[in-house]
Design a protein around this ligand. Structure first.
Ligand code: SF4
Ligand code: SF4
Length: 92
């Protein structure tokens, strides 16, 4: 890893897990929809997601994976994305 490079595995935040309220993604009324063709792999969505519900995929294929079991639909990822690769759409 070169100097200054951000590596997905080092985020010092615990992963979401099932709590007393169950899988909290059920609270969501809007969901983030991701368009990989617009993504420039800047990692801002991953950095700012308050639920740590975004995983990075460095192995090829879609660059981000959203964990809809825990994403609460806050829209922060869509707001910070510089390429509008994430848009919020009504749930269901
Ligand atoms: S909508 Fe909010 S909780 Fe869901 S992935 Fe985006 S930033 Fe995370
Ligand atoms: S913020 Fe947008 S461009 Fe950056 S990694 Fe996330 S989806 Fe891709």
């Amino acid at each position: 890893m070169s100097e200054g490079e951000v590596k997905g595995k080092v985020l010092p935040i615990s992963k979401p897990c099932v709590g007393v309220a169950g899988k909290t993604g059920s609270w969501r009324v809007m969901r983030p929809a991701y368009d990989d063709s617009k993504c420039i792999k800047c990692r801002l969505c991953w950095l700012y997601c308050p639920e740590n519900a975004i995983d990075l995929n460095e192995e090829g294929g879609p660059f981000i994976k959203i964990d809809y079991d825990y994403c609460k639909g806050c829209g922060i990822c869509a707001s910070v994305c510089p390429k509008n690769a994430i848009t919020m759409v009504p749930e269901g």
